[in-house]
Ligand binder design. Sequence first.
Ligand code: AKB
Length: 335
Amino acid sequence: MISNEKIINLYSDSFKLMKNVLVIGSTGQIGSELTMKIRREVPGSTVVAGYIPGAEPKGELLESGPAEIADVRDAAGLAAIVDKYQIDTVYNLAALLSAVAERKPLLAWDIQMNGLLNILEIAREKNCAVFTPSSIGSFGPETPHVGTPQDTIQRPRSMYGVTKVATELLSDYYHHKYGVDTRSVRFPGLISYTTLPGGGTTDYAVEVYYSAVKREEFVCPIAPGTYMDMMYMPDALHAAIQLMEADPARLKHRNSFNIASMSFEPEELFTKIREYIPDLRVRYEVDPVRQAIATSWPDSMDDSCAREEWDWKPTYNLDSMTRDMLFHLREKLGK
Ligand code: AKB
């Protein structure tokens, strides 16, 4: 066990800008944008786009930097990438989202838990910092739903939630026991126009923008009145970088910080979109699996610890996000 004093020294040494970064899951909803943002904005960084066969990087993501097969279940393959590029920071974005994880719980466990263990062991041996996102999915029905505190009951009933709580605990364990620089945020539902999410409970809040721009009827799987925390991707990316570059001496928490920017239920979102596309058509066909998950999640999280410990502050609200989403989707879809 490393003493507290030793850990503090170790951290002051490691308080530096990330340089050689591995993004595992670089072609997913978060990874595709995070990889490009670090490549563009962190001076002198090398960012390896990690992917699995069948989800190869394309276009700018492929052309603007190195790419390697990085399957979290292949410890030797990951260690070889860390050695080859002298990786100092790993963004571990490999995960099955909540609805898919309910259909494939064993695969979700394998990727989320065995994969994480591989990464943490490599980080311990090779001195890497590790960011593995948690989620509003780490909370459950007994959690206070409004103003959900940073430290509160976490008894989720979904496999996704179980793996997220275990991720938080295991990441903190490696930090306390071995001094591994693990840090994380609990992401709300993320809304973006570059890459679609796949199989989450909050996906409806992305898909409705596509339907609105394409002038197609939207079939909503979540019941009216169901509040969930949501966030626009630029704020989420900013959080993922800002936290990894925060002064470790200020961090009282690590795995994982509540971050929040907006909370809405389906009707509020549709009303906002109709301010810009008045003829948006919506029909409800509630999916019982997603609805049960959504009902068990917080309505709105309290993110005051993130604000205090590393100056977290979101930029977008529902209106500014909606204007930006519609602008970019019209361009992307040629509408
Ligand atoms: C999901 O809906 O599964 C994710 C999440 C909130 O973690 N978007």
